[in-house]
Ligand binder design. Sequence first.
Ligand SMILES: Nc1ncnc2c1ncn2[C@@H]1O[C@H](COP(=O)(O)OP(=O)(O)OP(=O)(O)O)[C@@H](O)[C@H]1O
Ligand SMILES: [Mg+2]
Length: 250
Amino acid sequence: MDYREKHPEVTVLDPPDAIQHVHNRQSMLKDVADMNLSDCYGKVGVPRQLVIKKDPSSIPDAVSKAGLMLPIVAKPLVVDGSAKSHELSLAYDQFSLAKLEPPLVLQEFVNHGGVLFKVYIVGEAIKVVRRFSLPDVNKCELLHNAGVFHFPRVSCAAASADDADLDPGVAELPPRPLLERLARELRRRLGLHLFNIDIIREHGTRDCFYVIDINYFPGYGKMPEYEHIFTDFLLSLVQGKCKKRAANKC
Ligand SMILES: Nc1ncnc2c1ncn2[C@@H]1O[C@H](COP(=O)(O)OP(=O)(O)OP(=O)(O)O)[C@@H](O)[C@H]1O
Ligand SMILES: [Mg+2]
């Protein structure tokens, strides 16, 4: 804030406090939940979730009180760029939940056919790619498995699924108008221009989507045509600034 006031000539693309907001997995999805996006193209929500700040022994009770269904994904509450903050756990039974290490966000695992959509946003531009993701957990597996399984950063190992031979119902990209509306609303609510959204389609549905993650300034190298998109974005900022200056002189 101080810097901005002292240097009005500098363009601040995305303010630090808005970036901080998406470093916490509780606040990052709040805007998606508040938005309650539902139209003729589909519905976008967030998985049911619970925040546990401390005391792992309280988790089994807290989960059953909140009515969260197993299996449950546990994610570190704060994303700080470290490998540890991207380590996930999948808990198959209620009692193993007491082995987790808070502070955490616990989320219902949503079956999505093992495919996830990464939506890259650069200002008004949107690009979507398919990535392989965690496979579905069926009822039989849930009955016969117990314990907590730990995963290192899943997205680093995940391959592109853009050219894979997939079930069309799983592979079909989310409808463009729905993504445009989601991106526009999120840009406004988060006050950010450069981020991506991880979105999954509930398996067996056509139009029921969940946002599971929002990342600030993701690895844009994996975004198709990012060179042109970035250049256009930066040019549009300069042009916007010139227009403003010209208007102020009048
Ligand atoms: N609620 C959920 N239901 C089903 N799968 C999930 C859920 N949450 C996470 N996953 C799976 O775990 C992966 C990693 O989750 P998430 O993106 O929240 O973690 P992350 O550490 O922030 O990842 P990234 O490396 O993308 O920053 C997802 O790509 C997806 O495969
Ligand atoms: Mg992710």
